[in-house]
Design a binder for this molecule. Structure first.
Ligand code: HEM
Length: 183
């Protein structure tokens, strides 16, 4: 995930490749989940939950790092080598880590909920609502990567500092809901 600033390569806007990467991640997840269920039977639940948590950690790492890149990117003059490097870093972080991790989190999380019969539980409804909110923030960050790639960002660093806290707050609430299950 490195880019040499001295090369000053123009960053191309996202193309069809994110969809391809996401489709591959989805296919591998479905295949691995199906294999785990067939081979492990009831023990598959804990393995699937472990992979769900690994995917969540990857998703959150990206969601916390991306707005930090936006903050630094705001200070880089448009057209500078530094700005072009940030474009590459943002695009790769989104396509290689954040998008596939979100898909894996959703697929496995929904399978876990179906398997354990959580769809009628109030704590799960609340968790689902917050996971949807996190996904909406993800969509906003994704659109922002495109805006930065096309030098269209108009938001100041302060905006991105505030946005940096949103995934953190959602994550804290979601983890409390799923572990404490307060209602
Ligand atoms: C994207 C939609 C999501 C769905 C449908 C989902 C669903 C689930 C389900 C059903 C479980 C199993 C709970 C249990 O066995 O007690 C689980 C576990 C877990 N989820 Fe999610 N989840 C999602 C997203 C997230 C997010 C965004 C986070 C954190 C930011 C998260 C963190 C966790 C953790 C830490 C566990 C393990 C809890 C435990 O074993 O006690 N999940 N998830």
């Amino acid at each position: 995930m490195t880019a040499d600033p001295s090369q000053h390569r123009p960053a191309t806007p996202p193309t069809g490749s994110p969809a391809k990467r996401a489709a591959i991640a989805l296919g591998v997840t479905v295949a691995a989940t199906a294999a785990a269920i067939l081979i492990l039977g009831d023990a598959a639940y804990l393995w699937v939950k472990a992979v769900h948590v690994i995917a969540i950690i990857s998703w959150m790492a990206g969601m916390l790092y991306l707005p930090r890149l936006f903050i630094y990117h705001c200070d880089a003059p448009k057209g500078s080598a530094q700005s072009e490097t940030f474009k590459v870093m943002e695009r790769r972080l989104l396509q290689i880590i954040i998008n596939p991790a979100m898909i894996v989190s959703w697929v496995l999380g929904l399978w876990l909920a179906w398997k354990a019969g959580y769809f009628t539980d109030v704590w799960f409804h609340a968790k689902l609502a917050l996971a949807l909110a996190l996904s909406a923030v993800h969509g906003y960050f994704s659109a922002s990567v495109r805006a930065f790639a096309e030098d269209r960002n108009t938001k100041p660093p302060r905006h991105w500092r505030i946005m940096n806290e949103v995934p953190t707050l959602l994550m804290i609430a979601i983890v409390i809901l799923v572990i404490v299950k307060p209602f």
